[in-house]
Design a binder for this molecule. Structure first.
Ligand SMILES: N[C@@H](CCC(=O)N[C@@H](CS)C(=O)NCC(=O)O)C(=O)O
Length: 196
């Protein structure tokens, strides 16, 4: 039975999984969820009402990192969490930082839409802290040796940040920007890009 990914077009967490599914060369059906008008099928599947959700036969899995771990267990090749303790730690840490950028960029986007500048400014300050750590890691090459979940999370989080808040959001991160630009050549990165 085909894997089904319940996702919304611009979700950075959903994009992270698209990248992993493509890297693992897995066939999947993407079901677009309208978060303003959730279908009965999606409500029944998703306890938190959030995307992404992966359905694999009887298995219903939510939270992008949990889904990524599930995919790794069931389809181990190519490895997306790194091989060995150090590589795995690098991936898990980048995953956390990338997801944090994504989450706070979402908060800032909706806060700006509703005119809540205080919440937006606090979210941007959280984004800046995560970006500073990513920039430090990019500049000293504290990065996994093989592409995986950490890379996918950083690409998706930073991609969402610039989609919603403009390219200048990364102005203080020259090394991270250069790394991101180089990733555009990857099939999974180009093939998972959200609509403008
Ligand atoms: N930690 C979750 C975050 C998922 C998430 O926040 N998804 C957003 C879309 S980007 C969502 O579904 N929001 C709807 C809501 O919170 O009601 C993950 O990694 O999957």
């Amino acid at each position: 039975m085909a894997l089904r990914l319940f996702n919304s077009a611009r979700s950075p967490f959903g994009r992270k999984l698209r990248i992993i599914l493509i890297e693992k060369n897995l066939t999947f059906e993407e079901v677009t969820v309208d978060l303003d008008n959730r279908s009965a099928e999606f409500v029944a599947l998703s306890p938190l009402g959030k995307v992404p959700v992966l359905v694999d036969g009887e298995m219903v899995i939510f939270d992008s990192t949990v889904v990524a771990e599930y995919l790794e267990d069931v389809f181990p090749h190519p490895a997306m969490f790194g091989l060995g303790v150090r590589q795995r730690l690098l991936h898990r840490t980048l995953d956390e930082l990338g997801d944090h950028v994504a989450e706070q960029a979402v908060v800032a986007f909706f806060a700006l839409q509703s005119g809540d500048t205080e919440v937006a400014s606090s979210a941007f300050s959280r984004v800046s802290k995560a970006l500073a750590e990513l920039e430090r890691r990019a500049s000293v090459h504290a990065w996994p040796s093989e592409f995986g979940v950490g890379d996918a999370a950083v690409i998706s989080g930073c991609g969402y940040l610039t989609l919603r808040h403009g390219e200048d959001a990364l102005i203080a991160c020259p090394n991270l920007r250069a790394w991101l630009l180089a990733q555009d050549a990857r099939l999974s990165v180009a093939g998972s890009r959200p609509p403008i």
